[in-house]
Ligand binder design. Structure first.
Ligand code: ADP
Length: 444
């Protein structure tokens, strides 16, 4: 027992390059260089003593070892994944096939040198794909084989394979199945005492797990912060959006008070504005919910023609105010759809056609292609650049300058969600200055 503080690198080299290396050691590592350094020192000292070496390693590690040691007649290097594939069935090692694969290699090495020193990382390959149980089984198979054939073995494990707290038991099992443990670099070993070094290794795994947890918490915290920012933006935008139709409603009510004569016409206008506010609020509810759950559709047999005409009726004032001529070509097409949500789709597309349409004519068409109801809304306004065609369907994404056009950047996002939830699709054809054509297809 040496009482001088040392490092895992020094300890590993001294342990493995000794004349009589341990029967079955494990080398943990974070830095590939540490692994290569220790294994190369191990092999070089063995080759110098006239012993043979077997390395069952990944391609980069074989290349690095060859770079350090060079080709040697007593050095056998095999690919870890290809060797594993010879005896793994359904992710588990098969005892007989393991023996049939590995024993001849050890015998071949024994025939070449006075003793056999093996290094393997097939176990780590299994851990990396989440098969820790299989890795431990493979460790047992190696231990069994060592009872029959004479060789020593060093297993290389990336510390990263045990990066979460849930990996603690597996890490302890791996340590327990080896006669010696060499920790990854970055810690100080006060004593070269096996029990002490095992304790240090366990602490190293816990530190790694804590680092992972801290990083995960930071990520969650950042996500929460972003979500809060998005919500704050959304609330201020939403209140701004609601203010406009409420102001119109207020003016309409005042006008009714001043001149109650036109009561039928004026209350009709008030009702339509109130309807627009209601559908804006419906939409805000959907937006809030869509963040963490799917929309619950309330499907029943409805006619897309009826829904579209109804929505167009509610836009009468707006069309008049914007002096937008609208042509509606519509035929009856019945499907099992959620009428309120499909109404929102029509309403969002028409509202955009008016808003971005530069007072040019708008054409709406409803038809059937046999299996789908097809709705198209065409305007001749500012248009959309090709690179924005995908983006505008994302949440809060806007392509028009906000100083000229108000909006939440939510209408198309929710429109697409509604359409897709119905099993349908929405597409846009447009170019800047050439207007836009939005086509929605809903399966009947
Ligand atoms: P909003 O109109 O509130 O910004 P939308 O989600 O409805 O949000 O639309 C997203 C963006 O897509 C708009 O900001 C605009 O840039 C673009 N857009 C949508 N419809 C049209 C259209 N008919 N013509 C031109 N641009 C449009």
């Amino acid at each position: 027992m040496a009482a001088v503080p040392t490092t895992p690198e020094v300890y590993g080299r001294r342990l493995l390059a000794a004349d009589a290396p341990p029967q079955h050691a494990v080398q943990f590592y974070e830095d590939e260089a540490q692994l290569i350094d220790v294994v190369a020192a191990h092999f070089e000292s063995a080759l110098a003593r006239g012993e043979a070496c077997v390395g069952i390693a990944t391609a980069p590690h074989r290349t690095a070892l060859l770079g350090r040691i060079g080709v040697h007649e007593r050095l056998i290097l095999l690919d870890a994944d290809a060797t594993l594939a010879m005896f793994i069935t359904d992710g588990r090692p098969d005892r007989e096939r393991f023996r049939a694969t590995v024993a001849p290699v050890i015998r071949d090495a024994a025939a070449r040198g006075s003793a056999v020193r093996a290094f393997g990382e097939m176990v780590d390959r299994l851990c990396r794909v989440g098969r820790r149980d299989s890795a431990l089984e493979l460790e047992r198979l190696w231990n069994d084989l060592a009872g029959e054939l004479s060789f020593t073995l060093v297993c290389g494990y990336a510390l990263d394979s045990f990066r979460s707290d849930a990996d603690r038991a597996a890490f302890e099992d791996v340590c327990a199945s080896h006669s010696h443990v060499v920790p990854a670099a970055g810690v100080e070993l006060a004593l070269e005492d096996d029990a002490h070094i095992r304790q240090i290794s366990l602490l190293q795994q816990r530190t790694r797990a804590l680092e992972t947890e801290i990083a995960e918490r930071r990520r969650v915290e950042e996500d929460l912060r972003r979500a809060l920012r998005v919500r704050d933006d959304f609330i201020s935008l939403a209140s701004h959006e609601l203010r406009t139709p409420l102001a119109i409603l207020h003016l309409q009510a005042q006008s009714l008070q001043r001149a109650p004569g036109d009561i039928v016409e004026k209350t009709g206008r008030i009702a339509r504005t109130a309807h627009r506010i209601t559908s804006l609020i419906d939409q805000l509810f959907d937006v809030a919910r869509l963040d963490h759950e799917r929309l619950e559709l309330e499907r029943r047999d409805v006619d897309l023609d009826v829904i579209t005409r109804d929505v167009v009726g509610h836009f009468e004032e707006e069309l008049e105010r914007f002096e937008c001529p609208l042509t509606l070509t519509s035929e009856s097409v019945v499907g099992s759809w959620d009428p309120i949500r499909v109404g929102l789709v029509v309403s969002n597309l028409l509202a955009n056609a008016i808003k971005y349409g530069r007072r040019a004519p708008i054409e709406i068409a409803v038809s059937s292609d046999g299996s789908h109801g097809v709705l198209s809304v065409r305007d001749h306004g500012i248009g959309i650049a090709a690179e924005d065609h995908g983006r505008i369907f994302q949440r809060f994404e806007r392509a028009a300058p906000s100083e000229n056009y108000g909006g939440l950047g939510l209408g198309l996002w929710i429109t697409r969600a509604i359409v897709e939830q119905h099993g349908g699709m929405i597409a846009v054809e447009s170019a800047p200055g050439e207007g836009a054509l939005f086509t929605v297809r809903l399966p009947c």
